[in-house]
Write a protein that binds this ligand. Sequence first.
Ligand code: SF4
Length: 322
Amino acid sequence: MHTKNSIVGNNSNPITSSTIHQVEDLTINWHITEACNYRCQYCYAHWKDQPDRRELFHHPDRTIDLLEHVFRFFHPENTQNPLRKTLSWKSVRLNIAGGEPSILNGRLVEIARAAREIGFRLSIISNGSKLSHEALQLLAPDLTCLGISLDSNDPAINRAIGRNDRHGKLLNVNELIENLRSARFLNPLMTIKLNTVVNRLNAGEDLSHLVEQVQPDRWKVLRMLPVLDTSLAISDKQFAAYVRRHEAFASIQCIEDHEDMCESYLMIDPFGRFFQNRPTLSSDGYVYSKPILSVGAGAAFSEMAFNPIGFQSRYTDGQGQS
Ligand code: SF4
C-alpha cells in the first residue's frame, strides 16, 4: 500500500525512507508517439493519425542519445539516482507505449534492437491491430513482455469505445491470437500481458472467454482514469462488480484503481520529457519536465514527483507489469 507521505515530492530533495523496496526491473515507459490508429474515448491525450514530425523517434541519433541518457541515469549502480534511497532494482526495462507503437513499423524494430544493445530489457504495449505475423516474428526475440490492450469482445462495444480505425476496421482477435501463439513459440520466455480499461461501456461485460483464448500470463484490469473526460467513468461498485465477475482469473490479475496510477509510473513523452499524471497540478492533467536531451536525465527527473512505494506495490512477485 502506498500512502501520501511516501511520495518523493521533488526528486532533487527526496523524502528519506528507512525501508528500501526491492523490484526486479525498474520500468521506464516511453510513450514513443502520440499517434494512434484508434480513437478510444477515454484516451488520455489528443492522439492523431500521423506522428508529429518533432517526435524523437524520427531521429535515429537523438533516439539513441535519449535511450543512452536514460539507461545511464537509471542504471542500478548509478549512485546519483535519488530513487536509490527508497528503491533497489536489478535491471532497467524500457516499456514502449503510445499512442500506438506498432504504427512505426520498421522503425519500431530498429528502436527495439537499439534499446536491447544499450542494455535495456524490453516490453511493448500495443492495441494489437498492426502486430502482424511478420512484425511479431521480428520483435518477439527482443521482448521480455508483450502487452496487448483489449477492452471488449463485443464489436458494438469496441466501436462505441472507439477501438476501430478510421475505416471502421476492428481488431481481428483470432488472427492476433494465432500471431501471439507463433511469437510465444519463437520466444518462450516472453510473457504476454492483457490490459483492460474498465469504463461505462464495458463494465457489464464478461470477458472470460476472450481471456481464456489469449491465455495471458498477466491481466491488468484498470479502472478508467477520468483525467479529462468523466463521461465514461464508473462507480466503485461497478468496478468491484467487474473484478468479482472475473475472480476466476485472480491469480493472474493486477487491479489498478485511480490512486494506484498517480505518480507510480516513470514516463517519458514522445519529445523526450518526463511526465506524470497529476490531475491537480495542470490544466491537461499532466506535468512535464524539461527535455532530457537539453538538461540531462538527472536534472529533468529532479523536477518530477514519484511515488516509489506505489510503484513497488505493483511488483508483488518481482515481475514488472507496466
Ligand atoms: S488504442 Fe491506446 S493510444 Fe490508441 S486511442 Fe486507444 S487508448 Fe489511446
